[in-house]
Design a protein around this ligand. Structure first.
Ligand code: ACM
Length: 636
């Protein structure tokens, strides 16, 4: 009877929106508090928005206007006072203590939508949530017909877990254009990241115009173009043209900073010294301690570092700035003056990672410096360099940040540490009462493979989505006062183009976004997976690439009494695995995997695919059994 009354009520014109079936709410990162109420809000064909027209709010309105009209074809109007507006953005007159400086409250009812916040950033994040409440087609860049442009009725209170929610992008190993960088920033802003760490210099390219050292971009931004597996390329020949690379002019940098600011994203510039500096040394060989540096070129992806002895690596060519050379500090002073003049953010990141010491060990100038300063180890030599650099950075009104190697040999007095070699550097620095950003390889290295190396573009380590989702920047036993937040890093050695950049970023950057925004107790892997799939639908419409690796099976090869046994599992629930050993392509009529398998004696290849119900969902993987034997330790 109740259902009949409900059905009849829904036929009455005024109650129509109340009774519309709402899709399940799917928001990344998961809000702190959310109640889904009955009914939906239908977007009218003229969307009216009331909002304070302030310089910091105007970009939000421009973005809303663009994003709400492109796919719907609807008209969007906004103004300071629009009493009948269907969407109201307001800044609180008295601060709402619960939501802080980046939080918001969002209410969608059948008749209107309100978003309130203490600061414009909160309004921006409220709008991002609202966009995810609308149908996936809202991501279309052109008008889509026959879509019910509706949002479920919800009441949301939301604010971030940590204040530093970062993504690092390495544009040195491979250059990405200003437009590509802006697109990266735009995409990250949709998931409430607020920090773009721009890795601007490395052995493979110096990417920022420095007016006092023009060779940095005249020479240091260019290398010989190579294709294949980065790190193993042939040595460039002296007469090979250097056509690969690029750089950002200072006007480009200013434009990107403004673009990011409009999306409530700060930019942390990184100039990676004293190691990772071949582009600088090739441009200005007098910055090196090593005779013959004038013959050096920007690295084009050839091998020049020996990692076989662990860290620090042994350099085959000296890619360091010389700590015993006063010209280096003059150089850094001028570079930091220009960087500090461009970037409004309070920190400058100066790298400090993976600095080889073997050329320093050979250098008379370094030996003399050690004697003069009473330095006993090469780590102390680096620490001497970092302390001088900290003074330079601070003299420009900026704070100093480096990778966790800057702890070795003694941390500079006010340095902030970015912990990448696991969490231990961060823990140690926080104990020393230094600020810390957590970005451990364990969870947050997005250049690592997302699945089995038999199908993923090869790199030396693997980090699956599920592991990324376990990231927790606020560690038990560490004073949270010192943990500024967390970030993920996308190194670009193996990123040859923007599509592959997107593939490596998503969906793991969804996971990290949730880990740095949402409370721990709101995280739920299975629910997260359904939300990732909802984002995939959006990305298909928006034509952003993502990795489908979470659908692929995980192979474990075991040596069971001298026999190969293969175990298959899946990263996500609800998938079936079908396989063959006869080289043909398995489908749902093939044997379904239920227990560890011993391959037939003469088989050479296992082919595997996952299904959800009757739909193939993973990629067809061809796994040579020789590879399985090797992994099981049965064959070299
Ligand atoms: C790093 O990954 N070398 C900071």
């Amino acid at each position: 009877m109740k259902r009949i009354v409900f059905f009849l009520a829904c036929c009455l014109p005024g109650l129509h929106t109340f009774c519309q079936q709402a899709a399940p709410v799917s928001i990344i990162p998961e809000p702190v508090q959310m109640v889904q109420n009955a009914g939906v809000f239908m977007l009218p064909s003229t969307i009216t928005i009331e909002a304070p027209i302030l310089p910091a709010v105007k970009p939000i309105l421009d973005m809303l206007q663009q994003r709400l009209s492109a796919a719907t074809g609807y008209k969007v109007l906004f103004g300071n006072e629009m009493p009948s507006a269907i969407l109201k953005l307001s800044l609180n007159k008295t601060a709402d203590a619960t939501i802080g400086s980046e939080g918001y409250r969002l209410n969608v009812s059948t008749t209107n939508i309100t978003i309130s916040a203490n600061q414009p950033a909160g309004l921006f994040y409220g709008v991002q949530t609202l966009m995810q409440l609308l149908p996936a087609e809202i991501e279309s860049k052109s008008v889509v017909q026959n879509v019910k442009w509706q949002a479920p009725c919800v009441t949301i209170t939301d604010y971030p877990k940590v204040g530093w929610r970062g993504l690092m992008f390495d544009v040195s190993r491979h250059f990405f254009t200003k437009k590509e960088v802006k697109d990266f920033i735009d995409q990250m802003s949709k998931y409430k990241y607020n920090l773009f760490h721009w890795h601007l210099t490395d052995d493979e390219g110096w990417r920022i115009e420095i007016k006092s050292y023009p060779n940095l971009t005249k020479k240091g931004a260019w290398s010989v173009a190579k294709t294949g597996y980065f790190g193993t390329f042939s040595q460039p020949l002296p007469d090979e043209p250097k056509t690969n690379g690029g750089f950002y002019t200072q006007d480009d940098i200013k434009e990107v900073i403004q673009y990011a600011k409009d999306r409530f994203i700060n930019i942390l510039p990184e100039v990676d010294v004293p190691g990772h500096s071949m582009a600088a040394v090739a441009s200005y060989p007098e910055l090196s301690c090593t005779p013959g540096a004038d013959k050096y070129d920007v690295i084009a992806g050839e091998s020049f570092m020996d990692w076989s002895h662990g860290a620090p690596p042994i350099a085959l060519k000296d890619n360091t700035l010389c700590p015993a050379n006063e010209k280096v500090y003059v150089f850094l002073d001028k570079v930091m003056t220009e960087i500090a003049g461009l970037f409004p953010f309070e920190y400058i990141h100066v790298g400090g990672d993976e600095c080889p010491k073997n050329f320093w060990e050979q250098s008379d100038a370094i030996k003399a410096l050690m004697q003069k300063e009473g330095l006993k180890t090469m780590e102390q030599v680096q620490s001497y360099f970092e302390k001088r650099l900290e003074k330079i950075v601070e003299s420009k009104g900026k704070k100093f940040m480096g990778w966790d190697e800057i702890l070795e040999g003694g941390l500079a007095p006010n340095a902030a540490v970015m912990s990448w070699r696991g969490e231990k550097g961060g823990i140690e620095a926080a104990k020393l009462k230094h600020d810390v950003v957590m970005s451990p390889t364990t969870y947050a290295y997005l250049d690592y493979m997302q699945g089995d190396e038999i199908i993923e573009p090869r790199i030396y380590a693997t980090l699956r989505l599920k592991k990324s989702y376990e990231f927790e920047p606020l560690l038990a036993g560490v004073d949270p006062k010192y943990i500024k937040g967390g970030q993920a890093n996308l190194w670009s050695e193996q990123l040859y183009n923007v599509r592959h950049m997107q593939y490596m970023l998503w969906p793991r950057a969804f996971a990290i976004a949730e880990c740095v925004w949402s409370p721990k107790e709101k995280k739920d892997w299975n629910h997260f997976v359904t939300k990732v799939e909802d984002q995939f639908k959006r990305y298909d419409i928006e034509q952003v690439k993502y990795a489908p690796s979470m659908y692929d099976p995980i192979f474990t090869a075991q040596n069971t009494n001298g026999q190969l046994q293969i175990e298959l599992t899946t990263e996500i629930e609800g998938l079936d695995i079908y396989y063959s050993f006869d080289n043909s392509f398995p489908d749902q009529y093939y044997p379904k995997y239920t227990a560890p398998l011993t391959p037939p004696k003469d088989a050479v290849m296992m082919k595997v695919i996952t299904y959800r119900g009757y739909k193939p969902i993973g990629r067809m993987i061809a796994m040579p059994l020789a590879e399985m034997q090797k992994r099981a330790g049965l064959k070299k």
